[in-house]
Design a protein. Structure first.
Lengths: 314, 273
């Protein structure tokens, strides 16, 4: 219990830190955001009025508290470019990014774990080198290059897969899957190359323990030993890795949405940067960082719930 | 056991060969490229690879091989700045935190955690959004990104070493703490730091390529491999070599640094046993 409380305090501190960093970075922004919005022709009165409306006339600590309050109330100010609330711009695009991230995560889990089991049962020195090269390649290849290769080799051959643009789920389920499959695979492939090794190592480590020998000794079939005993115990460390992977997947959507022209959060972020639409940038950065920190927190807690040893060590 | 030994050497050898190759290519590109890097020849645009243009030409008829050679300059330049920043600041921050301990350590490590909580690309995008794009800002943004990870590694090295006899001896004869950190302990933790530097280089190359691909990194006329990929995307099916050549170059370069880091790690692990 003390662990969970300590972890909770840590979560709180990290969130404060993230919000302070984001706030400070946008404080040192060169130029006056109000004049950027109104243009050089604006009159002094207009500038002052808008400044007061945006709360920029207040001292920095009040502005910071307003930012935090706005964050939880879903009010992150208005986009300079669209003159609309940042949060509603984000909400509109959220389903695309979430679908993409979930799709990728599902691919990673359903490929990486079986691959880990498969390779763990065939351990020798040559497969070791080949597999570690595969992992290194997965870490080295830029995701957008993976995406372009998938477009080139799969998207161009099979018309089911869309190579750009998005079809909403409500319009056509097959269309949505077709438009998300390649981008999801793009994000998933490098993550599979990295994560299957965690599953493999966890299984190999468990396989060397006494209880596995006992299980084999009492005549259980190999399948029961692996799938019932080993797998159950080796999935706990793997779980934390999937927390990290989900964070990577969310970050991955930003680049991959560009490759496949998916109108999600990532694309909104990139265009906002080009248009110097800072409220949008700030809002997206804060929400993504918040979600990632929260995921890691939840994974940590799950880890303790599933593995009593961590709880009892305290 | 012999299998393990073989693997160690392979990573180190492949890593070094790849990096040496690209390093030489980069050095050559300062004095010689087959064609002028920015010479536009619209009549020769999007040509397939040939004896005259090994990797073909791009949308403006520029020689892709020459542009890749020049792109390695940008890659090594950004990587070098990032790693230098990361190692210098990371070691100072990690050294102070690890050696002094107590509330200073707590404060610094919470800040490090906070920075590492941001997904790397998000933090990088935020920094270039505020400070602007371009080769130098990209390098600085990525340098800030590299620092907390290296600080964490440096810190654990300092914590492991600060209780050892040689540090106690230095303390006993009244050596200044800063001198103990940098003159006594630092030389003893160089191997994890070299591994970290090599990994940081790999990550920096990938991040530069991603930012430049998004249009937020290196700006023209500076050549960048990531930007070349962005420029090539429209012609992916008609001129795949335009994408393949710079894409494979980035992949190989990054792979070289990852292999080098694994090679060094295995080598030094072996030694410590």
């Amino acid at each position: 219990m003390t662990y969970i409380i300590r972890r909770f305090i840590l979560l709180f501190v990290t969130l404060i830190f993230i919000s302070v960093i984001t706030f400070l970075v946008f404080q040192i922004l060169p130029g006056d955001p109000v004049r950027t919005i109104l243009g050089p022709e604006a009159e002094e009165v207009q500038v002052e009025t808008l400044r007061r409306q945006m709360g920029l006339d207040k001292p920095a600590h009040v502005q910071y508290l307003n930012l935090v309050q706005g964050f939880f109330q879903g009010d992150m100010g208005d986009s300079i470019r669209f003159s609309r609330p940042v949060t509603s711009l984000i909400m509109e695009r959220l389903p695309i990014t979430i679908s993409l991230a979930m799709f990728s995560l599902i691919i990673v889990i359903f490929v990486a774990i079986p691959l880990g089991i498969f390779t763990a049962r065939r351990e020798n020195k040559w497969s070791d080198f080949l597999l570690s090269s595969f992992t290194q390649l997965g870490m080295a290849i830029p995701t957008f290059f993976v995406g372009m290769m998938l477009i080139l080799f799969i998207g161009m051959t099979f018309s089911f897969f869309s190579t750009g643009g998005y079809v909403p789920w409500s319009e056509s389920v097959a269309g949505a899957i077709g438009s998300l499959a390649l981008p999801a695979l793009t994000i998933a492939l490098p993550q599979i190359a990295i994560s299957f090794r965690y599953a493999r190592n966890a299984i190999l480590e468990q396989s060397k323990l006494d209880y596995v020998r006992t299980a084999r000794g009492k005549g259980l079939t190999e399948a029961v030993v692996v799938y019932k005993h080993v797998l159950k115990n080796s999935m706990i460390p793997v779980l934390t890795v999937f927390g990290l992977i989900l964070a990577e997947v969310i970050a991955g959507t930003i680049v991959v949405e560009q490759v496949f022209s998916l109108p999600g959060i990532g694309r909104l972020l990139i265009t906002a940067v080009s248009y110097r639409d800072f409220p949008v940038v700030q809002g997206i950065v804060l929400y993504i960082a918040f979600v990632v920190v929260l995921i890691n927190f939840i994974v940590d807690i799950l880890y303790t719930v599933l593995d009593p040893r961590i709880r009892l060590k305290e | 056991m012999s299998g393990r030994k073989k693997r160690k050497n392979l990573n180190l050898i492949f890593g070094l060969v790849i990096l040496l190759f690209f390093f030489i290519v980069m050095l050559i590109s300062f004095f010689y490229t087959p064609y002028d890097v920015n010479a536009i020849a619209v009549s020769k645009k999007l040509q397939a690879p040939s004896a005259a243009h090994w990797f073909g030409t791009d949308t403006f008829g520029r020689d892709i091989l020459s542009r890749i050679m020049a792109g390695t300059q940008t890659a090594f330049f950004v990587g070098a700045i990032v790693v230098t920043m990361g190692i210098v600041f990371g070691t100072i921050i990690g050294g102070i935190a690890g050696y002094l301990g107590g509330w200073i350590d707590e404060l610094i490590m919470r800040a490090v955690d906070g920075l590492m909580a941001f997904p790397g690309i998000i933090l990088a995008i935020m920094i270039v959004a505020v400070f602007g794009t371009g080769i130098v800002n990209t390098a600085i943004a990525l340098g800030i990104l590299a620092t907390p990870g290296i600080a964490r590694i440096a810190r654990s090295g300092f914590i492991q070493n600060k209780e050892l006899e040689y540090v106690a001896a230095a303390k006993a004869i009244g050596v200044h703490p800063m001198k103990i950190i940098f003159r006594e302990i630092l030389p003893n933790i160089y191997s994890p730091l070299i591994v970290a530097a090599s990994v940081a280089f790999a990550i920096a190359l990938l991040a530069e390529a991603s930012l430049s691909y998004l249009g937020l990194g290196v700006q023209p006329p500076d050549p960048s491999l990531g930007r070349m990929l962005k420029e090539s995307q429209e012609y992916l099916t008609s001129s795949p070599w335009f994408t393949l050549a710079p894409g494979l170059t980035i992949t190989l370069l990054v792979l070289g640094f990852y292999m080098l880091s694994n090679g060094i790690r295995d080598l030094t692990d072996h030694r410590s046993k």
